[in-house]
Design a binder for this molecule. Structure first.
Ligand code: ACO
Length: 335
């Protein structure tokens, strides 16, 4: 049975840097509050006046960079898996939009998955299963978000709008006979009883009409979150998932070269690190620069870690995520 190995990673973020001070001009917040509570110093937003872009555009450029890093042409991609909570359109999904923009041959399947901050890990589990079973050889896995056009930059939305940023990132996974390397295991979980704790409720097929002026007036088109409850669950579930995947493969935390936690909040990452007993050099964070880019956050951090030389062949890499749904999980990879 072949193993699924990472052949290349890439990312793309818009040029426009938005600082905490700039957000403080739009709503009652401050650089101090945002940094103290989240560690975020700045994020990237699409500049809709200069160059409007949807999540599929960021995903396309990220995918192009990942394919270049893998030295692979689009002709060799035989499956696309695309994770986002901010697709360009209600339908069709961004996966087919990326396929057309990259000119990936007609007939190649494109999956769209909706697992928010855990999207990349859910996609990784699918890619791994497809590759190990011989269904597909080269899977293009993308996570991409444009949050900035869907946030409420006013006091009512401040708890949510200060944490998100725009970005896209991708990885190419391919079949390898080297049974020492690749994705060793992925553990995924969900608990839909918490679905309303973090959600955007409108437009909704459960409503007719799906959106009204009254709904827009209440801000139902914007994400709402019970931040403290999300925080509490995130710092419990991520260490749990990491411990599970490590135990399944007889790996001790001290043997991990790098942990990349989903970049939701630096305080969450620090607490996950403490609970797992990891040193600072074993954990990679870049939320300070990008905020929470949801499905893009893990591959964006992974690509930066790779480019900084933080991973060498044979190193043990752990990825973990927690987000809306609730959904969460962890993956163990031999680089
Ligand atoms: N600026 C200034 N003050 C603010 C802001 C803001 N942007 N937002 C909220 N406040 C206020 C609150 O109103 C509250 O005021 P009060 O005490 O007068 O009521 C005060 O600051 C403290 O608010 P808390 O809710 O206690 O702040 P907390 O320390 O919990 O931090 C935060 C809030 C950063 C959102 C935190 O709860 C968090 O990170 N939660 C998890 C987020 C997350 O991981 N989301 C999952 C991923 S997203 C996805 O899956 C789509």
């Amino acid at each position: 049975m072949p193993n699924a190995v990472f052949l290349g990673t890439g990312h793309f973020v818009p040029d426009c840097v938005v600082t905490n001070e700039e957000l403080a001009e739009l709503m009652d917040t401050s650089d101090e509050w945002i940094q103290q509570r989240t560690g975020i110093q700045q994020r990237r937003f699409v500049d809709f006046d200069k160059e409007p872009m949807g999540a599929s555009d960021l995903g396309t450029r990220a995918a192009r960079n990942a394919l270049d890093a893998a030295g692979m042409s689009t002709d060799h991609v035989d499956c696309i898996i695309y994770a986002t909570l901010s697709p360009d359109k209600a339908f069709p999904g961004d996966g087919v939009l990326v396929q057309a923009k990259l000119d990936i041959p007609a007939g190649v399947p494109a999956f769209d998955i909706r697992n928010q901050c855990s999207g990349f890990l859910y996609g990784l589990q699918m890619a791994n299963a497809f590759i190990r079973q011989g269904v597909y050889n080269n899977v293009l896995l993308i996570g991409s978000e444009v949050h900035s056009s869907g946030l409420e930059f006013a006091d009512r939305g401040r708890e949510v709008s200060v944490i998100f940023g725009d970005g896209g990132a991708a990885a190419v996974l391919g079949a390898s006979d080297d049974n020492e390397r690749g994705v060793l295991g992925v553990t995924l979980h969900a608990d839909g009883r918490f679905a309303e704790v973090l959600e955007t409720s409108c437009p909704s097929s459960a409503l007719n009409p799906r959106v009204t002026k009254e709904m827009l007036d209440t801000g139902a088109q914007y994400p709402r979150m019970q931040g403290k409850l999300v925080f509490k669950n995130a710092v419990q579930r991520m260490p749990e998932a990491v411990s599970k995947v490590l135990a399944e493969h007889d790996v001790e935390p001290k043997d991990i070269k790098l942990l990349i936690p989903h970049q939701a909040n630096l305080r969450i990452s620090e607490m996950v690190q403490r609970r797992l007993g990891l040193r600072d050099d074993q954990v990679f964070n870049n939320i300070q620069k990008y905020g929470n880019t949801t499905a893009a956050s893990i591959p964006l951090a992974l690509d930066e870690a790779v480019k900084e030389g933080r991973l060498q062949k044979g190193d043990l890499l752990v990825l973990t995520a927690f987000g809306a749904g609730f959904t969460w999980g962890a993956a163990l990879v031999r680089w």
